[in-house]
Design a protein around this ligand. Structure first.
Ligand SMILES: [Fe+2]
Length: 181
């Protein structure tokens, strides 16, 4: 289930607020300038479907999103629980970082957890199938796919070259609950 947990950034032990209803999550995030929408991921993917298959299965939605929000390109990240590179992939974005490009993810399968550090709060957004989340450029955040990741997310870009992680050097992520364990 999609879930938003709001923490004080100095109190990682327990969230101040937990929301599980899509519209309420969209409202709260929208007030912080974060785009969150529930879309319809209406194609069941097969285990062996590669990037081209996923992109063509969701061509209609991708096209709509590109037109609505000005994204230029799309690609696919697909993780399975026994992927040999899963530990390295998980570690990659597990520390607080920023990008000079929006981080846009449309989850069409599985689940993963974003943590957005906004002012004195951390917004943990546990995304699942149907969720579209856009983390604006310059937003401090991290992402945990868990030790046995399972998700397929379509990534949308206005400028893929800008999507490089600039780590803040903060260790805040280590103090917050991890995902999926
Ligand atoms: Fe990121």
């Amino acid at each position: 289930m999609t879930e938003l947990r709001i923490f004080r950034d100095d109190k990682p032990a327990a969230p101040e607020r937990v929301l599980t209803e899509g519209n309420a999550i969209a409202d709260v995030l929208g007030k912080e300038g974060i785009l969150f929408e529930r879309w319809k991921a209406d194609v069941d993917l097969a285990a062996g479907d590669d990037q081209a298959k996923v992109l063509s299965a969701y061509a209609k939605q991708i096209d709509k999103l590109k037109r609505a929000n000005g994204y230029v390109t799309a690609d696919v990240v697909r993780m399975v629980p026994d992927a040999p590179n899963r530990a390295d992939m998980r570690k990659k974005f597990l520390n607080e970082h920023q990008h000079s490009e929006d981080e846009v993810r449309f989850f069409v399968e599985g689940t993963g957890s974003f943590y957005l550090h906004l002012g004195k709060r951390v917004y943990q957004v546990i995304c699942e199938r149907d969720d579209l989340l856009s983390v604006p450029d310059g937003t401090r955040h991290w992402f945990d796919m868990g030790p046995q990741p399972r998700f397929t997310a379509i990534r949308l870009f206005t400028n893929p070259e800008g999507w490089v992680a600039n780590f803040t050097g903060e260790t805040i992520a280590e103090r917050f609950p991890t995902f999926g364990e």
